[in-house]
Design a protein around this ligand. Structure first.
Ligand code: MRU
Length: 343
């Protein structure tokens, strides 16, 4: 059993505490949440981020809301549904959020103790994160060769999943198996998840990591002999088109150019069974301040126009295969995804 270097949240005595990922790695501050509204703001403002974990945190948010309403003496199903819609609206791209909230609403059906049902469901999701990330990490580790030079983007580790991680989980497990690895982490502008979170998690595990700025990816592939690109995913359409952190599409195009295998690593809950292609994926656009400032320091003339999409969509044809907790889905993705989801 590999010890997790960090946990993104804790549930204690009826309250949810989120590790404020905006302040990492400089400060470890826990943010207390006691209602769905608190959790909504925490997700929207990226106190907590990463597709799988925002789902689990939202599930706890629904329990907190039921508890708050009961304390005020007016717990109704309508109000829980309203809180669910609020949580769903926090971030639009990651499908795991909708998946987790829908599971919680389903848990209410046929139950006469809604608070208990919501708490049980949130706890179940928390436990499942450990189990599926362990499975996906083992499967991913098998694909990683010894002496791999891996390029990755964003943060796909314990902080993003509440378990071992997806792409980063595979790296952690491969390292633990004794494979020699060199990891290159894209800093991931504008929010810097790669620099602040991935480099931090890997350093704690003593896994060699080299940080690059996003614009250095092509040259790093060429000069450092990158032989594998592993990324996470926020929403995967049925044809294999994959939405992930902005910059992923560029990496996929480069990997194709250099003949480097490119794999998203994601659980089956990241597949959107209602979307036939990536064209229909809603891409979140975030505050221009994230681009205009680094920390509190402005880096552009005041009033500069900004485009700040948080995600992009990599077309299926650029993807070597998708690593899931149920095994590798290889090309042709359209046919093989449908079969994998039927199982
Ligand atoms: O905006 P973020 O930080 O929530 O984006 C997260 C990513 O893009 C990750 O790569 C993705 O959620 C998968 S994490 C297991």
């Amino acid at each position: 059993m590999i010890e997790l270097p960090v946990q993104p949240f804790r549930f204690r005595k009826g309250k949810l505490y989120l590790l404020d990922q905006r302040l990492l790695p400089q400060q470890k501050v826990w943010v207390e949440c006691s209602s769905a509204l608190d959790v909504f703001y925490a997700i929207r403002q990226m106190v907590v981020r990463g597709a799988p974990v925002i789902g689990t945190v939202a599930a706890y948010g629904l329990y907190l809301e039921a508890r708050r309403q009961k304390r005020e003496g007016k717990l109704t199903k309508e109000k829980i549904q309203k809180a669910a819609a609020l949580l769903l609206s926090a971030r639009p791209t990651a499908v795991n959020l909708a998946w987790a909230v829908e599971r919680s609403l389903k848990a209410l059906e046929g139950s006469d103790d809604w608070m208990e049902a919501l708490l049980e469901e949130a706890r179940r999701q928390e436990e499942e994160n450990i189990a599926w990330t362990e499975k996906i990490s083992l499967i991913g580790a098998e694909i990683i060769p010894d002496n791999a030079k891996i390029l990755t983007i964003c943060n796909t580790g314990p902080l993003a999943t509440g378990g071992y991680g997806t792409a980063l989980g595979a790296i952690i497990f491969a390292w633990n198996q004794g494979k020699k690895l060199e990891i290159y982490a894209c800093e991931t502008r504008p929010y810097l998840q790669g620099a602040r979170l991935t480099a931090w998690e890997l350093k704690q595990l003593k896994i060699p990591v080299t940080l690059i700025t996003d614009g250095m990816a092509a040259w790093t592939m060429e000069k450092k002999g990158i032989n594998l690109v592993l990324v996470g995913a926020d929403r995967i359409a049925l044809n294999g088109d994959t939405a992930n952190k902005i910059g992923t599409l560029g990496l996929a195009i480069l990997a194709h150019h250099f003949g480097i295998p490119f794999y998203p690593v994601a659980p089956l809950s990241s597949f959107d069974r209602n979307l036939s292609s990536g064209k229909e994926i809603a891409i979140e656009e975030r505050d221009p301040r994230e681009v205009l400032f680094i920390g509190n320091t402005p880096i552009a003339p005041q009033g500069t126009k900004v485009f700040n999409p948080a995600f992009d969509v990599t077309p299926s044809k650029l993807i070597t295969g998708i690593i899931t907790e149920e095994g590798l889905i290889s090309q042709p993705l359209e046919k093989n995804i449908r079969e994998a989801l039927k199982r």
